[in-house]
Design a protein. Structure first.
Length: 147
């Protein structure tokens, strides 16, 4: 164990100060200051410019034209969707009409066959008066002229 007398004067300490490279810090600080001054000057000169009334009107016109073009594109897309849906609906309606026509034709054919079968079973050898070639229809009356 080492004994240190608390009443004894403290030992001497030696501090070595180096004086090398001191200019580098000042050089960096100067460069940063120059950049800051240039940036402030740039912001002040660019920020001070305001657009003229003509430039504002031109920008508004360009914005309106862009809005009209976008609206037209949206309208065209919606019209395309509506047209596609209408085509699908028309196709479905045409298919339904075709099936209905086929069913009606099949029913008509069946009714004709049934009528022909009934007519063949109830047929006799007499002719209906309208089918007799010797019976002639009465002549049509001619309108009388008015004096």
């Amino acid at each position: 164990m080492t004994y240190v007398d608390p009443q004894a004067p403290p030992p001497e300490r030696v501090v070595h100060v180096r004086r090398e490279g001191g200019a580098t810090g000042w050089f960096v600080a100067g460069a940063v200051a120059i950049v800051a001054v240039v940036a402030i000057a740039f912001m002040l000169t660019v920020g001070a410019r305001t657009p003229s009334d003509d430039q504002i009107a031109q920008a508004q016109d360009q914005g309106r034209a862009a809005a009209v073009a976008e609206s037209a594109q949206t309208g065209a897309a919606q019209a395309t969707i509506v047209a596609q849906q209408a085509a699908r609906d028309a196709s479905a309606a045409a298919d339904s009409a075709r099936r209905s026509t086929e069913n009606t034709a099949a029913n008509a054919v069946q009714a004709a066959h049934d009528a022909a079968a009934r007519a063949a079973s109830s047929r006799d050898d007499t002719l209906a008066p309208s089918a007799d070639p010797n019976v002639q229809a009465p002549p049509a009356q001619q309108p009388q002229p008015v004096n």
